[in-house]
Design a protein around this ligand. Sequence first.
Ligand code: 6CS
Ligand code: FE
Length: 304
Amino acid sequence: MMMAKATTDLKSRIVQDAYPSRMSSKPAILERKDPVIYGEWSPSSLLTREQSDFYERNGYLFMESFFSEDEVAQLKQALGQMWNEARSADAPEVIREPDSDEVRSIFAVHRNADTFRSLASHPKLKRIVDYLLGGPTYVHQSRINLKPGFTGKEFYWHSDFETWHVEDGMPRMRALSCSIALEDNFSFNGPLMVVPGSHKKFISCVGETPDDHYKDSLRRQQYGVPDQGTLTDLVREHGIDTPVGKAGSIVFFDCNIMHGSNSNISPMPRSNVFMVFNSEENRLEAPYSGQKPRPEYIAARQQP
Ligand code: 6CS
Ligand code: FE
């Protein structure tokens, strides 16, 4: 009997999948099959050779005072305004904390505020991103995260690419995030923690993705997170870095680096803008989970 075309398509896609995850009951560690830096280094890349090599080896790069004081002030003002509006808003872009109605994240900020729209095409930032990803890029996702003093909650360990691949259909590792600090980041107010070098392995996770997973995962992620054994081995081998600095600093990090952040019980708030860029040559396809795609405000597929 002939198999339905949709079934054969799905099967051949699973066979060809370079990074299968959430398909088996056993975790697995796979080699990265994609470059980390796609561009050819030259002095006009705006990174030194050392910075570029650091990014290749570690999967992230921290730069202090990347934005001017004026730029930081403008971004902070835009963030504050969005945050105040979000408190009472009933918009899907506003994600709340798992155990309260406090705002945790606001998505698609580059579409909904001029200041963040210009940030997405900030010349110096774009030059570096386009060098790292080798050619034209677009914004796959943007968001602001705020961890107020005393109550800000954690983000458990994960690789962004694992989710973007399984739930959004991002084919290959050719995307990166920029995390821009709008408050001073300290080791104690819940900064980004990364496992340097972990971007060169793909941790295939266990468990099947529930329907509409994003409604829970953006508040507290439980699927697409690595098992504790694998995480322990990774951290024993590579350690944990916490790149921290003043407001206006930036961390570029590879889509597949293992990262997370602690809750913030310090009195100092922490707020960051995240802008995720993907290569034009790596546009989203159907999700590898076989489920329906997540909404446009989390994973852009239609916009120019
Ligand atoms: O699901 C996502 O796409 C998002 N979730 C987390 C925890 N980090 C990356 C990404 O923004
Ligand atoms: Fe993340």
